[in-house]
Design a protein around this ligand. Structure first.
Ligand code: AMP
Length: 226
């Protein structure tokens, strides 16, 4: 039988470090990442039909419709099924999305999902999101932080290290939208965790209020053991 595909499902508050951790996994562990947030922002930038439908939800920090986001993910997954290591960053966010993905996982077989839960206090992520800056180039979307000691400061102020585009504050990183995003995360958190407990998915919990390299180290240690 061919080697199973490892599927990491990153789950945690906005600002808990899912995107940065995903980037480390793609750079150092050959993972292929799908960030649903990045995918949505790409659609908006391209002004595609989907982009027009989801623009308002994204800017105001609300969630995109379950069936729309699930079909976007499953389409990506179908195209990338040959990958041996996959990260879903920011999906599923609701129990309905988790169900949609679970049906796909069961049909596809040979997929080995692991729920990676990043735990962190809400006041810490509020500060993190306020200090977050994102590359304005939609095909880059690298993430930086202006917070002292974050280790994520850009080398040149206001400029992306990778592609030199300007850094911006995402609309949904503004205070009102942050509050809405945290509220929505909390509203769906327990149902999602209950779904995964019932479905018997393995889960790894990582404390996220520490330097991201340490979080990554713990994840690596776990992945070599399974
Ligand atoms: P993120 O970059 O993961 O913080 O996502 C940014 C925004 O994209 C969210 O606030 C939602 O509006 C939308 N989004 C991303 N992933 C999902 C999802 N799984 N379900 C619904 N909306 C999503």
């Amino acid at each position: 039988m061919s080697e199973a595909t490892s599927v990491l499902l990153f789950f945690g508050l906005p600002g808990s470090g899912k995107g940065t951790l995903s980037a480390l996994c793609t750079q150092h562990l050959s993972y292929e990442q799908l960030s649903t947030g990045n995918l949505c922002r790409e659609h908006i930038a391209k002004r595609s039909e989907i982009g027009k439908q989801i623009d308002f939800a994204i800017q105001s920090g609300k969630l995109v419709d379950d069936s729309l986001i699930t079909s976007m993910v499953l389409e990506w997954f179908t195209q990338n099924i040959a990958q041996k290591r996959v990260i879903l960053d920011g999906f599923p966010r609701t129990a309905i999305q988790a169900q949609g993905l679970d049906e796909f996982v069961k049909k596809a077989q040979n997929l080995k999902p692991l729920l990676v839960q990043l735990t962190i206090a809400e006041d810490v992520v509020v500060d993190r999101l306020g200090a977050r800056r994102t590359c304005s180039n939609r095909s880059c979307q690298a993430v930086y932080s202006l917070a002292e000691g974050s280790g994520l400061m850009p080398l040149v102020a206001g400029q992306c290290d990778t592609c030199s585009s300007a850094l911006i504050t995402r609309r949904d990183d503004e205070t009102a939208a942050i509050k809405e995003r945290l509220k929505l995360y909390r509203a769906h958190e327990q149902a999602l965790l209950d779904f995964y407990a019932g479905a018997g998915y393995p889960k790894l919990q990582l404390e996220a209020n520490r330097p991201i390299e340490q979080v990554f180290e713990d994840l690596k240690q776990h992945l070599v053991k399974i």
